[in-house]
Design a protein around this ligand. Structure first.
Ligand code: 5GP
Length: 177
């Protein structure tokens, strides 16, 4: 049975209730770990992480600020893994505890770039919270401190993730057959 009348090839990988249950668990761990933090900034990576970031933040009880990066990889780059910052954060991260919130870690290049930029700007601490980990595709190692789900090497959509800008609004993670 198809999950979207507009696309009979779309299948559910992680249902909405499983996403929400796991996000509540991640938030509980984050609340514990940052209980003593004096300056926490949660940074989402646009656009894919937005749904995850919002649902996660609704569970967080620690005082925090929210900001965003937007990145893109160069289409036909001669340098593999070269990542462009399309939108930088507005806030200064110097001396702050940064919680980076990402939808999916694939090759790892995007997060390696952002993590090194945050360290260069002298964030006090940087931790990564990623909803999905496509481990089989990793080319550079990035430490994931809070991980939602490990998934197989399939192209996923929904819950913020797109295919040509479609499917972001699905409440579940799906894949196209
Ligand atoms: P990385 O730099 O780790 O290779 O790529 C991370 C970015 O690639 C993610 O933020 C996401 O935008 C995109 N991406 C990687 N795998 C998928 C996938 O399966 N589905 C979608 N929609 N985007 C993906």
């Amino acid at each position: 049975m198809a999950d979207d009348v507009a696309n009979p090839d779309l299948r559910v990988l992680i249902p909405a209730d499983a996403l929400q249950a796991r996000i509540a668990e991640l938030a509980a761990a984050i609340n514990r770990d940052y209980a003593a933090s004096e300056r926490l900034i949660a940074i989402g990576v646009l656009k894919g992480s937005v749904f995850f970031l919002v649902d996660l933040l609704k569970h967080l009880t620690v005082p925090l600020k929210v900001d965003f990066f937007q990145t893109s990889s160069y289409g036909n780059a001669t340098e593999p893994g070269e990542v462009r910052i399309k939108k930088d954060v507005d806030l200064s991260v110097r001396g702050a505890d940064v919680l980076l919130v990402e939808d999916i870690v694939d090759t790892g290049y995007t997060l390696r770039t952002i993590l090194s930029l945050l360290k260069f700007r002298q964030a006090k601490s940087v931790r990564l919270c990623a909803l999905l980990d496509k481990k089989a595709r990793r080319e550079v190692e990035v430490p994931i401190d809070y991980k939602g789900f490990e998934i197989e090497d399939v192209f996923v959509v929904g819950y913020g993730l797109d295919h040509a800008e479609r499917y972001r609004n699905l409440p579940f993670i799906g894949y196209l057959q």
